[in-house]
Structures are given as C-alpha cells and as structure tokens.
Design a protein around this ligand. Structure first.
Ligand code: NAD
Length: 373
C-alpha cells in the first residue's frame, strides 16, 4: 500500500498528517510512504527528517495518486484532481459545513472518512482527533489570554508589593475547557468554571477550580446519551445569564469553549456583560468558528471593546502545529490500522462501528446518513 501525505493548502493551516515517527512505523510494517515536498515544514518537520524515517519526497501530483491519502483539512480542488478512483482519503473533513467539497470528493470515486465522526467510544480513543486537538486548543487559549493580558497570572509577593493572582473563568468544560482550567491553574490563576452537564462539576473540582452553574432540574438532564450538551431552554438561558452577569465583572480572563454538536454555538456572554468587565480583561472565544460564545467576537481579530479584549481564533491549534500534528498523525495512524489487514492489504470491515460512523463517501456518492440533504 502507498500512503500519501499532502501539504495543506487552506490558508493558515500549519499542521500535517504524518510525522517522522508515524512514517517510521509504516515503513517498518512494509508500507510505502510518499510525502509532498515541504508538507511538514510549517510544523517543523523537514523533508530530511521524513527521508531519514524512510519516506520518499514527491510532487503534489504524485502524493495525490497514493492508495491512502492522509490530510488535515478537507481536500480542495487542486488536491482532488490527482486522486485515484477507489483510493481512500482521510481528513478532518468538516463534513457538515463543507458540503460542496464533499460532493466533489464523492464524484472522484474515493472512499473518504471524516476523522471528526470517529465515535467517542473507548476503543476509538486513540483515534479521537477532536479530543487530541481540543486538548491543545484549551492549553493554547490560556497562553493566548496570558499574552494579551497586561498583568501577571500568578500571585507574587515582592519587596515592592504584592501582585494579585488573575481570576480566570472557563465556560464550557469539555476536553478544551478542562485543559484550559488545568493550564490556568498551573500559571497560578484562581479559576472558576461552568457547564450545563452535571458530570463536569466533579471534574472541575478535581482540578482545583470552583464550579458555578444554575443547578436546576433541567441541568440534571442536560447531558445526552452521547455525552454531549443539549440546547437549553429560554428559561434556563435567562437564569444562566443572570449568574454570568453577577460573576463576570469580577473576572480578569474568560475562556469560552461551549459547543452543541451540529448547531451554532450558544451565546454565553452578551455585550452588556462584556461591558461590565474591567478594562484590561481578556476573553478568548474558542467557539468563534461556530459563531462564537461571546457577542462581538470576530474570527482571528483582537476586538477592543472599551478596553476589554475579545479574541476568537478560528484554528488555534495551528499556533502549536508540531504537537498538534504529532497527536493528529497518531490518531490517523490508529485509524489506518483499521483499514489494513495482517497481510498489509487494504481490507476494511465496513461493519466496524468506527468505520461505519466515519465513512462519508463511497462508490461516487455521499453515503453518511447525516449528510443526505
Ligand atoms: P464540546 O466541544 O461539544 O462542548 C464543550 C463543552 O461545552 C461541553 O462540555 C458542553 O457541555 C458545554 N456546553 C454546551 N452548551 C453549553 C451552555 N449553554 N453553557 C455552558 N456549557 C455548555 O465537548 P467535547 O469536549 O467534545 O466533549 C463532549 C463529551 O464527550 C463530554 O461528555 C466528554 O467527556 C466526552 N468525551 C468522551 C471521550 C471518550 O470517552 N472517548 C473523549 C472525549 C470526550
């Protein structure tokens, strides 16, 4: 089997789908790995490092012609033209939003899998790219906030006086939010956090942060069987807004990460609440690509709202591309392991629940049940 790695073409995308480490494993298992020249440079993986690991450096067209093509983002027109009919393509396809790209992909006859559809079951944890990237995003959100904040995070007692610790409020405690709490605590901040899923309370407290939320009957049932949040009622949202109003004016840093699968992100901080914050405060809104949790977020821009900074990075993990690529490449390698049999041939079991959930195009059509209209 020939495994091909393409250089990402989407503006600002610095990640890559293989590292010298994953290449070495494939080559050791008898597979051929071809990498488009310069594919890893933006993530600090050189062509030389890939060659040393046993890969061949090739042109974009040659890499497109591989049996299994590994990418970070959905293939664009320039990528698709070189795909072989019947080849396998795996990427974070953003399938709900990239409908045209998906149709174009189906038309080439490739079998495509969306890494974001890998189910959150125990066996698939090693392939869970949403988690591997969200974890780094949560970390980096705090680093970006610290960079934008004109004061220190830790308490410092010095001869010249005491520096107060920063107060950090994390809204949405999934994978990204938990890592944001942990990172803010490591930097010495005093951390509070909120979520609508009751299971998060214990997780927040175990990280040494204080949990605050509207804990009514609706809250008790806000987690779906799949572990995600439901969209909350207007009544709940009003109570939640009151709680946020009373809390947020005392905070220095707010990190928002709240998402609802398949929907726009809930607005958790309105303009009046932003206005109640002290000048110099910082909000980092990780939900910016899904519309934002903060009113006034503009993707990839630091908005100054009367001295309060609002930053909504659209792809924050590109700022930490080396680690993000390393973890994503491991996720891909584990996923490819489901497609290749002991003899080293491509022989997927389409009844496997992981493959079933991630398969989006096959035999010229978009086949995923959730993408039929
Ligand atoms: P996500 O990115 O979908 O959402 C982030 C957080 O925002 C969630 O905790 C959600 O409850 C919260 N949220 C949504 N609406 C909100 C609102 N109105 N107010 C406040 N908070 C709100 O979440 P995720 O990081 O993908 O995690 C989702 C679930 O998947 C969790 O239960 C997590 O434990 C689970 N998970 C399981 C595995 C595994 O077992 N393999 C791996 C990763 C995640």
């Amino acid at each position: 089997v020939t495994i091909g790695i393409l250089k990402e073409v989407v503006a600002g995308e610095t990640r890559v789908g293989a590292t010298p480490d994953t290449v070495k494993k494939w080559v050791g298992a008898g597979q051929r790995v071809i990498i488009e020249s310069g594919a890893g440079v933006a993530a600090a993986f050189t062509d030389e490092a890939y060659i040393a690991a046993g890969a061949e450096i090739v042109s974009a067209t040659d890499a497109q012609g591989a049996d299994i093509v590994l990418k970070v983002r959905a293939p664009q027109a320039g990528d698709i033209k070189g795909f072989k009919s019947g080849a396998t393509v795996i990427a974070l396809l953003d399938a709900y939003r990239e409908k045209d790209a998906l149709k174009a992909l189906a038309d080439t006859g490739v079998t495509a899998y969306a890494m974001e559809f890998v189910p959150r079951i125990t066996r698939a944890q090693v392939m869970d790219a949403l988690s591997s990237q969200a974890n780094l995003a949560g970390y980096r959100a705090v680093i970006e906030a610290a960079h934008l904040y004109g004061k220190a995070f830790p308490m410092m007692m010095t001869a010249a006086g005491t520096v107060a610790p920063a107060k950090v409020f994390v809204m949405g405690v999934g994978v990204a939010g938990l890592q944001a709490i942990a990172t803010a605590r490591r930097l010495g901040a005093v951390v509070t956090a909120t979520d609508v899923r009751p299971a998060t309370k214990e997780q927040v407290e175990s990280l040494g942060a204080k949990f605050i939320a509207v804990e009514d009957e609706e809250f008790k049932n806000a987690q779906t069987a799949g572990g995600y949040a439901k969209e909350m009622s207007a009544e709940y949202k009003a109570k939640q807004a009151d709680l946020v109003t009373s809390h947020i004016g005392k905070q220095d840093i707010v990190i928002t990460t709240a998402l609802i699968p398949g929907r726009a992100a809930p607005v958790l901080v309105n303009a009046a609440q932003v206005a109640s914050m002290k000048p110099g405060s910082v909000l980092v809104d990780l939900a910016a690509p899904q519309g934002g949790n903060v009113e006034g977020t503009l993707a990839d821009t630091v908005v100054d709202a009367n001295g309060v900074k609002i930053y909504g990075p659209s792809n924050i993990v590109t700022a930490i591309a080396n680690d993000a690529s390393a973890l994503y490449a491991k996720n891909l390698q584990a996923f490819v392991g489901l497609l290749i049999n002991k003899e080293g041939q491509i022989a997927p079991d389409f009844e496997d629940e992981i493959l079933k959930a991630a398969l989006v195009t096959q035999n010229g059509a978009v086949v995923h049940p959730n993408l039929q209209n």
